[in-house]
Design a protein around this ligand. Structure first.
Ligand code: NDP
Ligand code: MG
Length: 379
């Protein structure tokens, strides 16, 4: 029986992980659940999975906890995250919080010697060197949940120790792949939230539409697989069936295929090195007929260029890229700025904050704070 703590359990990834736990009650015991503010959903999950500990990062009074749920230890604020990541006795900690908020939890879980199942890409984007160093020191390699990174990880399992010469990181191209620059600039919230293939939380869906998500994923792959950015190639693949691939020196390419359903990579991280049923069946290749591949259009999606520049710049540049994007996406979702402004603001923050150091977690949080401030200042 594996004990699993789920941080961000009310989100898209968190709830799908709990679906898998429900399919395999004899193999997984849920020991901790956390959310930010979705209390009703969290109550439902606590009722169903009966964890030892549950918490909301936003305040909730003890009298607001339904009586039948008082069997478990309730916590609030950052303490709730820390307890779920490091205090509760768990074999696995799934970090499926969104944003840089996940960085501290990943560090806490690793410091406590937990196996981290990593959905939260922002932790690696902002603090990649700290996270990977700690994972190495604790001998707890990160298990990727992001579908592309899970695909790469799965391909590497079949590589017999051979190092790839190149990573082929696939991208659906998002809802605006075939739009003009002008149309993209003025896209509405509803249009940006309508992803053609994947059903995900709001922030990552907007990131997919701007292709900032793919920029974040280049950074994520750089740290997970210790691969320089110039050997990570983005391949637009609108069908989202090939989830990524790796190329070896003999010219062989290994890829992982499947329908776009996050339960597969979540389940693989949970059951690694084994596989288990997830409720998902394989793709029907005959029905699909063909798979297509394109080069990304960096004129329409400059975020990819910015991401590579940030990676190249080093220091806290990737934390600035991420922080500016988080702030700009939140402003876009509140209806305060246009879609086109998101990438502009990321560019602006990178130009203004070039050279900030990012050697320790405090400097990374400081760069994040400055990036957000820069975005807020020039509306
Ligand atoms: P969601 O927005 O659906 O869920 C986020 C979860 O984290 C919710 O439980 C939310 O609580 C909680 N949360 C949000 N902000 C904070 C915070 N500041 N502190 C603590 N908890 C917080 O996100 P997703 O599930 O879509 O994504 C989670 C992570 O996984 C992201 O990093 C994303 O990039 C990555 N990912 C997601 C994929 C997907 O298919 N969804 C695919 C690949 C990667 P509440 O409900 O109360 O707001
Ligand atoms: Mg992905």
């Amino acid at each position: 029986m594996k004990k699993i703590a789920v941080l961000g359990s009310t989100g898209s990834i968190g709830s799908q992980a709990l679906d898998i736990c429900a399919r395999h009650p004899e193999e997984y015991r849920v020991v901790a659940l956390t959310a930010r503010s979705s209390r009703e959903k969290l109550f439902e999950q606590v009722r169903a999975f009966r964890p030892e500990m549950a918490g909301l990062t936003e305040p909730i009074g003890p009298e607001e906890i339904p009586e039948d749920l008082r069997f478990c230890r309730w916590m609030t604020g950052k303490e709730a995250l820390r307890a779920a990541a490091a205090e509760v006795d768990a074999d696995q900690v799934l970090v499926s919080i969104v944003g840089i908020a996940g960085l501290q939890s990943v560090m806490d879980a690793l410091s406590a010697g937990r196996q981290v199942l990593l959905a939260n890409k922002e932790a690696l984007v902002t603090g990649g060197h700290l996270v990977t160093e700690l994972a190495r020191k604790m001998k707890k390699p990160l298990l990727p949940v992001d579908s592309e990174h899970s695909a790469i990880f799965q391909c590497l399992q079949a590589a017999g120790g051979n190092q790839p010469v190149k990573i082929l990181l696939t991208a659906s191209g998002g809802p605006f792949r075939t739009w003009t620059k002008e149309q993209i600039r003025n896209a509405t919230r509803e249009q940006a939230l309508r992803h053609p293939n994947w059903s995900m939380g709001a922030k990552i869906t907007v990131d997919s539409a701007s292709m900032i998500n793919k920029g974040l994923e280049i950074m994520e792959a750089r740290w997970l697989f210790d691969m320089p950015g110039d050997r990570i190639e983005v391949v637009v693949h609108p069908e989202s069936i090939v989830h990524s691939a790796v190329e070896f020196e003999d010219g062989a390419v290994l890829a992982q295929l499947g329908i776009p359903d996050m339960r597969v990579p979540i389940g693989y991280a949970m059951s690694y090195p084994k596989r288990m049923s997830t409720g998902v069946s394989g793709p029907d290749l005959f029905a699909l007929g063909r798979l297509t591949f394109e080069k990304p259009d960096t004129d329409k999606f400059p975020a990819l260029v910015l991401a590579r520049e940030a990676l190249e710049a080093g220091g806290a540049a990737c934390a600035v890229f991420n922080g500016a994007n988080e702030e700009a996406v939140a402003a876009f979702l509140r209806g305060e700025i246009s879609f086109g402004k998101i990438t502009e603001k990321v560019n602006d923050a990178l130009e203004k904050l070039v050279g900030l150091p990012g050697t320790c977690i405090e400097e990374i949080f400081e760069a994040d704070r400055k990036a957000r401030e820069t975005v807020r200042q020039n509306k």
